[in-house]
Design a protein around this ligand. Structure first.
Ligand SMILES: Nc1nc2c(ncn2[C@@H]2O[C@H](COP(=O)(O)OP(=O)(O)OP(=O)(O)O)[C@@H](O)[C@H]2O)c(=O)[nH]1
Ligand SMILES: [Mg+2]
Length: 383
């Protein structure tokens, strides 16, 4: 397949809960409004992704790569792009990597540019940052954070960024924004630091025009210790669940979702298991594709409805994705306890667990790893 003009390939990275999917949606809408065709690619270690459901509900063509990150499933990433190409012939692909992944320039951007440079023009790598999480990790604010090896991964993500995008600046005062910007710029001098609020649409124009006008660089990739990376990633517990909901009478699905989330949050906090991201999507049957989306991005966070329903519901599906620094067995127990508690309270509403996967991510084994933009080398040959 050869195109006349290469499609743009944009990757929006960043740690769990930083706002990647919200930004994917904002960029996709911005491009669609400008008359461009957009194809989206989501990624997770398992099936049942909240992000995919949410982006599809917004009317975009989405391909999901489950069962491993982009770097380890490089061929699937290319295949997903081909599928989108056949379905929608996008001018721009926007891909969201797994939030615990790093070394994406060496294992995804450069190989893509090198092998498929005729077809794709790879944009600079953006790494989004939740400012509260970043201030805690970088020691600018008190509060619970992650353990050392998880922070290793977090910092590696920032180190390889072309653009560090401080998101959610609506949550910061000017002094803290300045302190955070200075700290990031000092510690990660190779990156350009931007400040945006994806939610309020602040700062997006400048960021998006940089993505359109520039290509990924030619610089040497960062040094990284894959053992520490694997250990850090494996400290995060992962839980994806799908619940079927059936009720005799119409009821308020959002209250159910909110109460389940609060219950889980409370039990996780009591077990000192730091939440990176707990997200839920409620898909009522027969409501014109409308969905409700709930998020929690740390233990002290007030659960937030990013999208809401207008009507009461009787049947539907609830997708739950939880990532926390904890044993996945604990995550399952917390979910089961919350379901049991909710089932007792809501007489006449049945909650049935259709699918559940819980695990720790396995050690990353990228297909390719390029030390710079020129040398194409299989990862296995370097270890
Ligand atoms: N206040 C505020 N919240 C935001 C902004 N952008 C995103 N959020 C919220 O941050 C939370 C996480 O957003 P997502 O876009 O799902 O984050 P993500 O990086 O895709 O998360 P993972 O896919 O789990 O890694 C949601 O509650 C969003 O509504 C923003 O600009 N301001
Ligand atoms: Mg996401």
């Amino acid at each position: 397949m050869t195109r006349q003009n290469p499609a743009q390939y944009v990757m929006l990275g960043g740690f769990l809960g930083a706002g990647k999917t919200t930004a994917v949606l904002a960029l996709a809408r911005h491009l669609r409004d400008a008359g461009r065709r957009v194809g989206l690619i989501t990624n997770d270690q398992s099936i049942g992704l909240v992000d995919t459901a949410m982006l599809r509900a917004a009317g975009f063509d989405v391909q999901e790569i489950a069962g491993g990150c982009f770097c380890c499933r490089f061929d699937s990433l290319v295949e997903a792009s081909r599928q989108l190409e056949a379905e929608a012939a996008p001018d721009v692909f926007i891909a969201e990597p797994v939030g615990s992944c790093t070394d994406l320039v060496a294992t995804v951007s450069y190989p893509l540019q090198r092998i498929y440079g005729q077809q794709y023009r790879v944009a600079p790598l953006s790494v989004l940052v939740d400012p509260i999480r970043a201030m805690r990790v970088l020691g600018l604010q008190e509060g619970r954070s992650f353990s050392e090896k998880v922070i290793y991964v977090y910092r590696k993500q920032l180190e390889e960024a072309d653009l560090i995008v401080i998101n959610k600046i609506d949550l910061l005062n000017e002094t803290d924004l300045q302190r955070l910007t200075d700290k990031l710029q000092t510690e990660f001098p190779a990156a350009r630091v931007l400040a945006v609020s994806t939610r309020d649409g602040v700062g997006l124009e400048d960021w998006f025009s940089l993505l359109e006008s520039q290509m990924t660089g030619e610089r040497a990739t960062m040094e990284i210790d894959y053992n520490t990376y694997a250990e850090g990633e494996a400290l995060m517990g992962w839980l994806n669940a799908t619940l079927n909901i059936n009720a005799a009478e119409p009821f308020d699905g959002e209250v159910l979702m909110m109460e389940l989330a609060e219950r889980m949050q409370r039990e996780l906090a009591a077990a000192t298991a730091e939440i990176a991201h707990l997200k839920m999507t409620l898909l009522p049957r027969g409501h014109d594709g409308r969905v409700a989306v709930l998020n929690i991005v740390d233990n002290s966070f007030v659960p937030e409805l990013a999208q809401s329903l207008v009507e009461r519901m009787r049947q539907g599906q609830l997708l739950i994705n939880l990532r926390a620094e904890a044993d996945p067995v604990l995550l399952e127990k917390v979910l089961q306890n919350a379901i049991a508690w909710q089932s007792k309270r809501l007489v006449g509403v049945q909650l049935e667990l259709e699918h559940m996967a819980r695990f720790r991510p396995s050690p990353p084994q990228p297909t390719w790893r390029m030390p710079d933009a020129q040398q194409l080398t299989p990862f296995a040959a370097q270890t």
